[in-house]
Design a protein around this ligand. Structure first.
Ligand SMILES: *[C@@H]1O[C@H](CO)[C@@H](O)[C@H](O)[C@H]1NC(C)=O
Ligand SMILES: *[C@@H]1O[C@H](CO)[C@@H](O)[C@H](O)[C@H]1NC(C)=O
Ligand SMILES: *[C@@H]1O[C@H](CO)[C@@H](O)[C@H](O)[C@H]1NC(C)=O
Ligand SMILES: *[C@@H]1O[C@H](CO)[C@@H](O)[C@H](O)[C@H]1NC(C)=O
Ligand SMILES: *[C@@H]1O[C@H](CO)[C@@H](O)[C@H](O)[C@H]1NC(C)=O
Ligand SMILES: *[C@@H]1O[C@H](CO)[C@@H](O)[C@H](O)[C@H]1NC(C)=O
Ligand SMILES: *[C@@H]1O[C@H](CO)[C@@H](O)[C@H](O)[C@H]1NC(C)=O
Ligand SMILES: *[C@@H]1O[C@H](CO)[C@@H](O)[C@H](O)[C@H]1NC(C)=O
Length: 381
């Protein structure tokens, strides 16, 4: 009786000892220098607050104040999401596996993007564990619940917040059938929190891709061609010779159509291969900074590629959070107003066995599970 009474008194106290979700289902995790919010929908990060060089707190990730808006957002830019089970594009919405041809959903021209309209970034995940520094989301993805992806996959994502750092561990097990698996995180950044009075765009953010010597070749509709072109020195896509502002090559004739000439995409929606080995595995694969806020992140990951999308398609329809905006801002995200960065294996590797990426992209009951990690370290300068 006493024990029961104690238990009933203690349980709510214990439950209170770790972060509980807010009324809109948002979980908040904090550590020195950083506060982040997460929601079960798409296992997403919805807010990331760090101090700028003056000590002013800035929310530098795109999202919505209202966690319940994500599933009903008609624009659905995969804000902060974990797309899956196979992120990014599948050319001509088809691939072959063990002699069988599978047809996935064509939701991006003739291609598939983020596994179609019932991918992991469009589902509400389960919250399986919350601690003071981490949250773990899981997903049970039955075979064919996204068109053309056979077999049950059990996915798991843990976001951890430690001093000035956001780290994500992603894993997935194919239980009863061979299937493509490729995951990433999909945050969009504006390191000025749209508060820079001179511009609400990211064209003055500086990007460095220290291992980005080669790219995944794309056709006019942004689908992988199988080519692996070398980055032209001094050209639009050169972030390897030295750090460069995202808008620095706007007057280069190659800027227009660089991310898909048929759709008219200007700027960046491309993947750079991360060519490295040995001690370089410990180094950052990308660095982004803004001279105005003085905020910088270094991105670490075990992945062999990094996608950079400079938000050409942001049409001005997505409202900013209350914590964002300033004199130059309309209150909505504009074209070139953000940059998404996504470490992941080579896009559409399942259609290019000649690349030798199969063991990184095809998993089954007899293989190791899919595993990857992504870590952002924030600082000021
Ligand atoms: C989590 O943090 C709260 C507030 O700082 C503290 O009271 C609690 O003991 C912590 N819980 C755990 C499990 O560390
Ligand atoms: C949050 O979004 C939902 C869905 O759009 C809406 O019904 C609700 O009124 C919103 N709540 C607030 C506080 O804005
Ligand atoms: C898509 O299919 C068409 C017709 O077979 C082919 O010509 C084209 O090269 C394919 N595109 C890609 C990117 O594989
Ligand atoms: C679209 O992809 C299908 C294969 O899934 C192919 O047969 C067709 O030719 C492609 N269409 C174009 C315009 O490339
Ligand atoms: C969440 O867990 C329940 C109970 O195990 C399960 O039925 C459901 O499919 C899970 N949802 C997801 C998105 O994995
Ligand atoms: C999934 O779809 C394939 C055809 O693409 C079919 O052969 C298979 O039986 C389906 N599996 C389930 C579990 O529905
Ligand atoms: C952006 O950088 C360019 C030089 O690269 C400079 O001319 C311009 O004034 C800057 N704009 C803002 C708003 O800082
Ligand atoms: C930092 O403070 C200086 C001096 O007050 C000011 O000019 C500058 O705009 C501030 N920077 C930011 C990002 O708020």
């Amino acid at each position: 009786m006493i024990k029961l009474l104690l238990a009933s008194l203690l349980l709510p106290l214990l439950a209170l000892a770790v972060p509980a979700p807010g009324p809109d289902g948002t979980y908040t995790l904090s550590a020195p220098g950083i506060t982040a919010k997460f929601i079960p929908y798409s296992a997403a990060i919805t807010s990331l607050v760090v101090s700028d060089r003056n000590g002013t707190k800035r929310d530098i990730i795109l999202g919505y104040d209202n966690g319940t808006f994500y599933p009903v957002d008609p624009n659905h830019p995969d804000y902060g999401a974990v797309p899956g089970r196979y992120t990014n594009r599948i050319a001509n919405h088809t691939y072959e596996l063990d002699g069988n041809r599978y047809f996935t959903e064509a939701n991006d021209g003739n291609g598939t993007l983020h596994s179609g309209l019932n991918g992991w970034s469009r589902r509400t995940w389960n919250v399986s564990e919350v601690t003071n520094s981490s949250i773990t989301f899981t997903i049970r993805d039955e075979g064919n619940s996204s068109m053309g992806f056979p077999g049950l996959v059990l996915g798991k994502v843990t976001h951890t917040i430690t001093a000035n750092t956001w780290t994500t561990k992603l894993s997935a097990k194919a239980v009863d059938h061979k299937t493509p698996i490729m995951l990433t995180t999909h945050p969009y950044w504006n390191l000025d929190a749209f508060a820079n009075p001179a511009t609400d765009l990211v064209l003055n953010h500086t990007l460095s891709l220290p291992f980005g010597e080669r790219m995944i070749g794309i056709d006019g509709t942004t689908q992988s061609t199988g080519e692996l072109p070398k980055v032209k020195k001094g050209g639009v896509n050169d972030f390897v010779s030295k750090p460069k502002q995202l808008g620095a090559s706007m007057s280069d004739p190659d800027w227009v159509g660089n991310c898909g000439s048929a759709f008219g995409c200007s700027g960046y929606n491309n993947q750079w291969i991360v060519d490295r080995g040995g001690p370089d595995m410990e180094k950052a694969i990308a660095t982004l900074s803004s001279d105005w806020s003085g905020i910088k992140w270094d991105l670490y990951s075990d992945q062999a590629g990094v996608v950079v999308y400079s938000c050409y398609w942001m049409g001005g329809a997505n409202e900013l959070k209350k914590s964002q905006g300033g004199r130059a801002s309309s209150g909505f995200v504009k074209s070139n107003g953000c940059v998404a960065v996504e470490p992941q294996d080579w896009i559409d590797g399942i259609n290019h066995p000649e690349w030798g990426r199969t063991d990184k992209q095809i998993f089954g009951p007899d293989t190791k599970p899919y595993e990857s990690w992504i870590s952002y370290k924030f600082s000021t300068f």
